[in-house]
Design a binder for this molecule. Structure first.
Ligand code: COA
Length: 129
């Protein structure tokens, strides 16, 4: 298994992983590609024999804070340290002092195994008519 920067051809595989996870916001191929390649974004993939088995993405100010936007490991590859390695590499490439994130309930235990402090979090959505 190796971790590297998202390259040409990886975005499609990342969106496919997200679709398998049932993530509606990331399964649209074009939207997902834009989110993975936007300015200020760092996106990494975990590869097993050139197959994408994990991915993560963060938006960073390059100095103080990086925001984890997405982290996913294929179900067949969980529990092997890939999630921890992705977050560690992303944090280190950001050159920031801290990483903030919102965690879905089922992943809280994963983040609690990393050095952390707890803060309340809120996600806003566009106002609906
Ligand atoms: C959360 C996720 C990324 C973890 O990836 P992973 O590769 O299985 O995690 P790792 O193998 O690196 O686990 C690191 C440690 O966290 C623990 N861990 C992993 N997932 C956990 C979970 N959901 N709850 C509690 N502990 C967890 C592991 O047992 C391991 O513990 P250790 O320090 O005792 O060795 C993966 O389960 C996943 O993709 N889940 C679905 C998507 C998701 O929830 N993403 C996060 C959205 S906020």
């Amino acid at each position: 298994m190796r971790i590297e920067a998202l390259g040409p051809g990886h975005a499609e595989a990342v969106a496919a992983l997200c679709e398998l996870e049932g993530w509606e916001t990331w399964m649209d191929r074009e939207r997902s590609r834009r989110a993975l390649t936007a300015p200020g974004v760092t996106a990494l993939v975990a590869l097993d024999d050139d197959q994408v088995v994990g991915a993560c993405q963060a938006v960073s100010d390059g100095a103080i804070t990086t925001y984890l936007g997405m982290l996913l490991v294929d179900t067949s590859h969980r529990g092997r340290g890939i999630g921890r390695a992705l977050v560690g590499e992303l944090f280190s490439r950001s050159a920031c002092r801290r990483m903030d994130l919102l965690a879905v309930e089922e992943s809280v235990g994963f983040y609690e195994r990393l050095p952390h402090r707890r803060f309340p979090g809120v996600r806003l959505y566009p106002k609906r008519p």
